[in-house]
Structure formats: C-alpha cells, structure tokens
Design a protein around this ligand. Structure first.
Ligand code: GMT
Length: 374
C-alpha cells in the first residue's frame, strides 16, 4: 500500500506512535509518506520506502495574514502528495486539525483520485481540546467524515462516544505498541551512568504539560528519597518544568533530581531505571509507561483513563487515585525494599509489554487499512 501519514512532528505520544507505525509499515514493504511541517522527531536518518514532505508554515511578507493558515497549506500538500505519489490512503494522527485537513484533501481529490481517510484519536484531541467550544463541532464532524476511526484504548473509544456521540462511526480500538528491539531490559550495570553508586533510579518522561502533574512526580520521589538513597531523572520539557524544579527545591531534593530536557532517544535511561512515575490527571493510554515497562521498569501511575489497560495494579505496576502522592510514595518504597517482589513485578512488566509488541499491533492497522479500502 501507499500510505500518507500526518502527525505532529514535535515531542509527544501521538507523533511518536505515528512515526513508529510509519517506520514499521515501511519495514513490512509499504511505501510511507510523512506529510507535516517538520521531520517527526523519531524519524532518524534514512529508511527505505519512507519519504518526508514538508508543509510550509509561513510565506514571505504578506500583510493580510496575521496568522499563516497552516491547515489550508496542509490540506493542499496532502492533496498534492496523494496525486503525485498515487497514495491509497491518508492516515492522520490527532483529530485536530489533521482529520479536518484530510477531509478537505479527500473532497478536493474526488472524483479524480478517491483516497480513504483514517483518523487515529490519541487523547487530548478528545478529552481536552476537542471538547472546547471552539473545536467541538468541527472535531465531531471530522471524526464522522473519516472513512475509519481508531482509538488507542477502550477508554478513549468510550470517551469519544460519550463526548461526541458520533452515531455513524465505528471507533475501533487499536492499542499503542512498543518496538521490543529498542525498548528491552538493559545490561546489568547500565544504571551507574545516571546515578551515584547505591542509588535507586526513578524516572519520568513527558512533555511537562499540566495534565502530567509533574509536581506529583517530585512529591512521590521525595517520599522515596526520605526512605533510601535515590536519584530522579526527569526527561522532557514543557510549561510545568519550572514548577517541578521549584517543587524539588521546596522539598529539599534538588541535589538528587536531574532535569535532562528533551532527548530523542530515552531507551537507555529507561533501562537504567528501577521505577517510572506517571501520575497524570488523565492518560488515554500512556505510551511512556509501556516503553518503561518494556525496559523492565515497573510504573507507579494514577488509576486514570486508559492506564489500567496497560498496568495491572500490584502485578506489573502500581495504580493509585490521581493526586495520591502519599500512597504512591509509600507503595514505591515498600516495593523497592522487597527484592523478591520487585523482581517479580519487573518480570511481569516486561511480559505485559510483550502483549503490545509492534509485531502484534501493526498487523491490526494493516487489516484495518484493507477493510477500509475494500
Ligand atoms: O498528552 C501527551 O502527552 C501527548 C499526547 C499526544 O497526543 O501527543 O499523548 C496522547 O497520546 C499518546 C499516544 O497515543 C498516549 O500514549 C497518551 O496517553 C496521550 N496523552 C494523554 O491522553 C494525556
């Protein structure tokens, strides 16, 4: 098949999933064309059958536009690439504005070249942004106009029906996946690179938005730090980073917290981690949690959104209600103090992650493509 993929190229789960999916589809013989304003952050170097088409985000001085109409430029580029490369379908990730631009491109292409549009819903496009009054109607319309719709968890599928109705759509759950060649348990000794000898390594990866509750990460860590030597590795950047840094200072743990900023590749740090903390307000799936589990780091998370579909409380991780930093900290300490239970939970985390391997999930997208094209 010849597939066009549009996603946000910036650091974030939807862009990560879209890019890993494109790379995996290309490995399986499909031709994949990324259409977006920048090269997606996980698209590293050359890969056979993978192409990138850049969408303009500004033009020379044209006084009429205070804001460049990126969505129209994207729809035009999708139209252009479908025609020139003879694409069969456009698979867009994150409804806003991608499902809308793909709808426009498809209508512009008719009847010359019928192309199918598949929209994958990722999370905040449904749970936050899409429900804001300025976007609600167009989000609902664009979802309903897609030829196929997928959601990354049952929670997100149900939330889509609840919030938007979408009476005519059949929202299919296709879970996120992890590349087990890259995300796998590390060699013994890899922890030494990130923390002093004898420290437990706790990590967190996100885009530091409000929904991630990064101050809670520091609060949970502070409770662990009171009980044992430990280092917290904070990976990523975003609007809440300063608050998290201040929280570390207020709780007097600054010396043991490392803010590393945005990194393209996090597998080696996850392999070095004893625990991963994800105390989000909501999380449609929690790709970061899955990648940590695949590397052998059990996850302490909030019992919210789709996280219970990835983490089984007490078996391969720990779930507590949103904001329960006391309980999260206490259970993390109990686990780290019990080597036998820790080893069992670590092994169970790796086993659970195997259920979400690329080799088992990517074929679900391929069969969905076939179904929609038929
Ligand atoms: O909110 C983010 O962290 C980014 C966001 C995105 O769409 O880029 O992530 C969402 O999609 C990921 C990939 O499907 C999911 O693993 C995340 O759980 C989801 N985030 C939220 O629902 C908050």
């Amino acid at each position: 098949m010849k597939i066009g993929i549009t996603c946000y190229p910036t650091y974030g789960g939807s862009g990560a999933v879209a890019t890993e999916l494109g790379l995996e589809l290309a490995r399986r013989g499909h031709e994949v064309h990324f259409i977006t304003y920048d090269s997606p952050f996980r698209l590293r170097g050359y890969s056979e059958r993978v192409f990138f088409h850049q969408v303009e985000t500004r033009m020379g001085r044209y006084p009429l536009f205070d804001h460049f109409p990126y969505t129209l430029a994207l729809a035009s580029k999708q139209h252009e690439v479908v025609l020139r490369e003879e694409l069969d379908l456009l698979h867009v990730h994150y409804a806003i504005p991608h499902a809308t631009t793909a709808y426009l491109a498809r209508e512009m292409l008719m009847p010359e070249r019928p192309v199918r549009v598949i929209t994958t819903l990722h999370g905040t496009d449904i749970t936050l942004v899409g429900q804001e009054s300025s976007f609600y109607a167009i989000t609902k319309f664009s979802i309903e106009q897609s030829d196929g719709v997928t959601a990354v968890s049952n929670y997100l599928r149900d939330e889509t029906y609840r919030a938007f109705g979408c009476g005519t759509c059949d929202v299919r759950t296709i879970p996120n996946f992890v590349n087990l060649q890259e995300y796998r348990p590390g060699e013994p000794g890899c922890r030494g690179k990130v923390a002093p000898e004898g420290h437990k390594v706790i990590s967190h990866v996100s885009n530091f938005r409000e929904v991630k509750r990064v101050k809670d990460v520091v609060r949970v860590f502070a409770r662990v730090r009171r009980a044992m030597p430990a280092t917290l590795v904070m990976i990523g950047d975003g609007p809440e980073r300063v608050d998290a840094e201040n929280e570390a200072r207020d709780l007097a743990v600054t010396d043991d917290v490392r803010f590393l900023g945005r990194l393209d590749s996090v597998a080696s740090l996850l392999q070095a981690s004893d625990l991963f903390i994800l105390p989000s307000q909501t999380e449609s799936f929690g790709l970061a949690a899955l990648e940590a589990m695949a590397c052998g780091a059990p996850v302490v998370a909030s019992r919210a959104g789709g996280l219970p579909e990835v983490i089984d409380d007490g078996i391969n991780g720990i779930l507590e209600p949103v904001g329960s930093v006391e309980a999260m900290g206490r259970r993390a300490v109990e686990l780290l103090r019990d080597p036998e239970r820790y080893s069992a939970m670590r092994a169970a985390a790796v086993t659970k992650a195997e259920q979400f391997s690329a080799s088992s999930v990517v074929p679900m997208y391929e069969s969905f493509y076939q179904e929609v094209l038929a």
